[in-house]
Design a binder for this molecule. Structure first.
Ligand code: SR1
Ligand code: MG
Length: 415
C-alpha cells in the first residue's frame, strides 16, 4: 500500500484503484484496518455515472467506495454536479432511518473528494444481473413495497411537518440530475431532440410511428414531465430500477439514490413495475415460462401491496388536518396510482429507445425476439400513459403486458 500523505485527499481528483486503500484508512479511523493486507478492486458491475471500488483486508473488514467523477461514465459530454455524492449519502442516511436495514450503511462521505464509503454488499447480487440469470426472489415485492411506502409517505406533506419538509426540500434540490431525467426519460424518447437515442435499427420505422409521431401520447408525456418538475410530493429515490437494488433470497437493499429529489411518488413505483417488465421480456425471449410468470406476478404484487401498505401507513402517520377530510385519502391514492402508470410507461419507453437502454432487452440476440420485446414495451408503455386512470390493480398491469405482447407479435407477423 502507498504511504499516506496527510494532505493527499485535501483537493478533489478522480481516484484510481491504487489510491483507494490509503483513502479508506484515512477516512474510516473507526475501522481497525490491517495496513499490510488492505487491497481494492473495481467490481464487475457499474452504473452509468460513477466510479465504484471494493476494499477489504485479511482481518475481515470490507467496504465499498463510490466517487462521483466530473463526467459521467456513460457520456463524457454529461457533467452533472459532483455534489450528487453528497445528496446520495444524505438520502441513504435518511432512508436507513425510515426503512431500517433496506439500504447499505454509510460510514462516511466526503464533500471534497465527492466520495462516500459504504457497506460492502458483495454477498448480494445486483438485481438486474440476477434477472438476466432468471433467478426468482419471492420476497422482492414485499420488500420493495415496504421500502417505497416507508420512505415516500413519511416525507410527504401528508405526514411531515410542512416547515421541516420545505427545509428538507432545499437539501435535495438537484438541478443537474433532474435535468437528466427531464430530458432522457420525459422528452427524448418521444422525439430524439438531442440525437442520442439508441434505437434498434430494425425497429426504427416502428419507433418513428408509435413514439415520435403520436401527438396524443406527446400531450400526456408533457403533463407527466411538468408534474415531475413541479410536484414536490415526497422525497423519492428517483432511479428505482433493478440496477439500483442489491438482492439475495432473504434480503433486499436499495442503493444508488443520487437522482433523489422531491417529486411524484409514482415515479418510484412506476420504475419498479417497468423494470419487472424488462425482466419479463428477457425471460420471454429465452422461453422461460416459470421466470416470466414470476415477473408478472411480482409486478402485480408490487402494485397491490403498495396500495395496501400505503393505505395502512396513511392511517398510522397522517398529521395534516386537511388530509383527514373524508375522501381526500382516496383521491390522493388514486393520483399516486395514475402517476405510477404514467411513469411506468415513460420508463418502458426510455429504456427501450433512449440513451440508457437496459441489458435485459439489448442482450436478446435473436432479432425477432428483440423486436417482440421492444414492441411489447412500447405498446404497454403507451397503454399505461394513455389510460392512466385504468391502472388501479396489479392485474390491470398483467393484462396490459399480455395484450401488448400479443399485439407486438401480431405486428411482426404481417411483415
Ligand atoms: C446519464 S445517466 C443515464 C441513466 O442512468 C441512471 O441510472 C439514470 O437512470 C439515468 O437516466
Ligand atoms: Mg444509477
Amino acid at each position: 500500500m502507498k504511504q499516506i500523505d496527510p494532505k493527499a485527499f485535501d483537493t478533489y481528483f478522480e481516484m484510481t484503484v491504487d489510491d483507494i486503500p490509503a483513502y479508506v484508512i484515512a477516512k474510516t479511523p473507526e475501522i481497525d484496518w490491517d495496513a499490510q493486507s488492505i487491497q481494492a478492486e473495481v467490481p464487475a458491475e457499474h452504473g452509468n455515472l460513477n466510479y465504484v471500488f471494493r476494499v477489504w483486508d485479511n482481518k475481515g473488514h470490507h467496504v465499498y467506495v463510490k466517487q462521483a467523477g466530473k463526467q459521467t461514465r456513460i457520456s463524457k459530454d454529461m457533467k452533472p454536479s459532483t455534489s450528487r455524492n453528497r445528496l446520495e449519502s444524505e438520502l441513504l442516511s435518511i432512508e436507513d432511518k425510515l426503512a431500517p436495514g433496506m439500504v447499505p450503511h454509510i460510514y462516511t462521505y466526503d464533500t471534497t473528494m465527492c466520495a462516500c464509503i459504504m457497506e460492502d454488499c458483495s454477498d448480494y447480487q445486483v438485481m438486474r444481473d440476477a434477472m438476466l440469470e432468471h433467478k426468482i426472489f419471492p420476497r422482492f415485492a414485499d420488500d420493495i413495497t415496504t421500502f417505497m411506502v416507508d420512505t415516500l409517505l413519511p416525507t410527504s406533506d401528508v405526514c411531515m411537518n410542512h416547515i421541516e419538509k420545505k427545509k428538507l426540500q432545499q437539501q435535495f434540490i438537484s438541478p443537474d440530475l433532474c435535468d437528466i431525467t427531464e430530458k432522457l426519460v420525459l422528452m427524448e424518447p418521444y422525439g430524439d431532440q438531442n440525437h442520442r437515442n439508441n434505437v434498434f435499427p430494425p425497429n426504427a420505422e416502428f419507433v418513428q410511428q408509435e413514439l415520435y409521431s403520436d401527438t396524443a401520447l406527446h400531450l400526456e408525456v408533457a403533463k407527466l414531465k411538468f408534474k415531475f418538475m413541479t410536484d414536490a410530493q415526497a422525497l423519492i429515490h428517483g432511479d428505482l430500477h433493478t440496477g439500483s437494488v442489491f438482492i439475495k433470497p432473504d434480503s433486499t437493499k436499495v442503493f444508488d439514490c443520487e437522482f433523489g429529489t422531491f417529486a411524484p411518488m409514482g415515479y418510484d413505483s412506476g420504475n419498479v413495475i417497468a423494470n419487472m417488465i424488462f425482466a419479463f421480456d428477457n425471460g420471454y425471449a429465452a422461453g422461460d415460462t416459470k421466470f416470466c410468470d414470476w415477473c408478472l406476478d411480482t409486478a402485480r404484487e408490487v402494485l397491490d401491496m403498495f396500495k395496501e401498505k400505503f393505505s395502512k401507513k396513511w392511517d398510522e402517520c397522517v398529521t395534516e388536518p386537511m388530509a383527514k377530510v373524508p375522501g381526500f385519502k382516496e383521491w390522493y391514492i388514486a393520483d399516486v396510482l395514475r402517476d405510477t402508470a404514467g411513469y411506468a410507461g415513460t420508463e418502458l419507453h426510455r429504456r427501450t429507445v433512449g440513451m440508457a437502454n437496459v441489458v435485459d432487452v439489448t442482450s436478446i440476440k435473436d432479432t425477432h425476439a428483440r423486436l417482440v420485446a421492444e414492441r411489447t414495451n412500447i405498446y404497454a408503455g403507451k397503454d399505461f400513459i394513455l389510460h392512466q386512470e385504468a391502472f388501479t390493480t396489479g392485474k390491470d398491469y398483467v393484462d396490459a403486458v399480455k395484450a401488448a405482447l400479443q399485439k407486438a407479435e401480431a405486428s411482426l407477423e404481417t411483415k
